[in-house]
Design a protein around this ligand. Structure first.
Ligand code: MSP
Length: 500
């Protein structure tokens, strides 16, 4: 399909983004850049989740109006995404008037369909998660219920509210999760299926009394309530592409929507979101791509655990966004949590970016300039090397089409390692006219560069500009299609960091 719509979760802007948010956003950006490179029409959206108790409290603590806070923070997030070279097409904010309109209309539609009713609610709430916890879900410490994620005491809340009839969608959800391959990796679909089968699906409260939570979208038919922040937030995925406003645009992008999320928000994006969509007569998303956590000393990295790794520190350490992007994508894992450390990051950066890819670029550039004045004409191809390039490309495309970015990177790096070994074997510096060797090696480097472009866009562009070729779809480009390389520079792309 040539249109693809890619989303990240929208983040709570009560604090600036950290490495965990960068992990999701960079991954989504790599997919977006990859699909653009393949000539597809991509719409890539990220943004901020600006309503709810968490933001209301953050603003109260700072003594500012929540709108002032979220306006400021939207700029902060955009600044970070610029630093990390995130190529989003649209930055959505849940305070955008168009989004607010959609939330109100969606609630009204569900109300008219008889899927919303008023009743009393009581339960244990975690403000950090913006979520109620039932018995068995929370942990107990000193006889008190605690949030299993944030390790903070839960608040007891009892109030009249409006419910969404989630329970009606139990069979639909079970069938969808069992029969479709929407959720990737599949283990996450099974996790939700088991939970729904065991616990059933309880109706969810989708309103909050405005005297407690006033910072939210006003409930359309009862001014005394605001819409529950998660209900509001999930709708960003449809409001951002013109739902209830521009049908044609909405249908075009929705038909191939890929949501990227962390496993912490899996329940909301399956049980709740799939049901809300069904209730609104919207088909389920094409794919829900779920990843595991970055952890440090066994704990999920996050503000609440106090083990945040700052994005700006990483950018400084690895000299620019490409180093950070590469490292995070190289360790990217959808199934398992990844324990991170400076040592791990340093060793990936030094051994792969500096010593492998960077080294190949520098060696080839210097050799071509020294031996051939930077001009390398097309020569006959070495069958063995062509086969390695071709096989790598095939594997890379397969991995990327299957969302497996880390494996795709490893495959490309194998090619780069082969090319470095090839130089050592043929010793072009000892030859009088090493044109053939250099041409073949440059073709290997060119394909590695095209394939690495979505991950390290700045460095690969620099290589393309210095060596005189263009960044294009690796599938469409043929090996041996460059008539002449004109190498004007042999850049040092990545300077090694000193291992701590
Ligand atoms: N606002 C909601 C999402 C609404 S989407 C309709 C929210 N925001 S959040 O700011 O808490 O961001 C959560 C997301 O950040 C996770 O799903 C994940 O993508 C990312 N991560 C935050 N910490 C992370 C790690 N330590 N590791 C990996 N990803 C992490 O939830």
């Amino acid at each position: 399909m040539d249109t693809i719509y890619i989303t990240t979760p929208i983040y709570y802007p009560n604090a600036p983004p950290h490495i965990g948010h960068a992990y999701t956003t960079i991954y989504a950006d790599v997919l977006a850049r990859y699909h653009r490179l393949r000539g597809r029409n991509v719409f890539f959206m990220t943004g901020n989740d600006e309503h709810g108790l968490k933001l209301q409290k953050a603003a109260e603590e700072k003594g500012v109006d929540p709108k002032v806070l979220v306006d400021e923070m939207a700029e902060v997030y955009k600044k970070y995404w610029r630093l990390l070279d995130i190529s989003y097409d649209h930055f959505i904010r849940t305070t955008d008037p168009k989004h607010v309109e959609v939330v109100k209309k969606a609630v009204s539609i569900l109300y008219e369909k008889g899927l919303i009713y008023r009743s009393r609610y009581s339960g244990w709430y975690c403000v950090s998660c913006e979520k109620f916890y039932s018995e068995g879900e929370y942990i107990v410490k000193d006889d008190k219920p605690y949030c299993p994620i944030h390790d903070k005491p839960l608040e007891w809340i009892e109030e009249d509210t409006y419910y969404f009839k989630l329970s009606v969608f139990k069979d639909y959800l079970i069938k969808l999760l069992s029969d479709s391959d929407i959720v990737y990796p599949r283990q996450y679909a099974i996790e939700i299926l088991n939970r729904v089968k065991e616990e059933g699906l309880r109706d969810v409260s989708i309103a909050r009394p405005s005297d407690r939570v006033w910072w939210g979208v006003e409930f359309p038919f009862d001014k005394n309530y605001t819409v529950y922040v998660w209900f509001d937030a999930l709708l960003n995925y449809v409001s951002g592409i013109g739902y209830l406003d521009d049908n044609e645009r909405f249908n075009k992008y929705w038909s191939n929507v890929h949501h990227v999320i962390g496993k912490d928000i899996l329940w909301f994006h399956t049980a709740i979101w799939f049901s809300v969509l069904k209730a609104l007569d919207i088909p389920p998303p094409k794919k829900l791509l779920v990843h595991a956590f970055l952890i440090s000393r066994g704990l999920k990295i996050g503000k609440s655990s106090g083990n945040v790794i700052a994005i700006e520190d990483l950018i400084e350490r690895y000299q620019d966004s490409d180093g950070v992007r590469y490292i995070l994508m190289r360790v990217f894992n959808m199934d398992k949590d990844v324990e991170v450390s400076t040592q791990l990051f340093d060793s990936i950066y030094n051994s792969e970016l500096a010593d492998t890819y960077g080294n190949l670029v520098r060696r080839l550039g210097v050799l071509a300039k020294k031996k051939l004045n930077g001009i390398v004409y097309k020569r006959s191809l070495n069958d063995e090397l062509v086969k390695v390039i071709d096989d790598t490309r095939e594997k890379y495309l397969e991995y990327m089409e299957n969302y497996e970015v880390a494996q795709a990177i490893n495959t490309v790096m194998d090619l780069v390692r082969e090319a470095n070994a090839y130089i050592n074997k043929v010793k072009p510096w000892e030859k009088k006219s090493p044109d053939k060797d250099l041409y073949n090696l440059l073709e290997a480097l060119r394909f590695a560069t095209l394939m690495l472009y979505p991950i390290i866009p700045k460095a690969t562009r620099k290589v393309a500009d210095s060596f005189g070729f263009k960044i294009e779809d690796p599938e469409k480009s043929s090996i041996g299609s460059i008539e002449r390389y004109n190498i004007i520079d042999a850049p040092i792309l990545f300077r090694k960091v000193r291992i701590q």
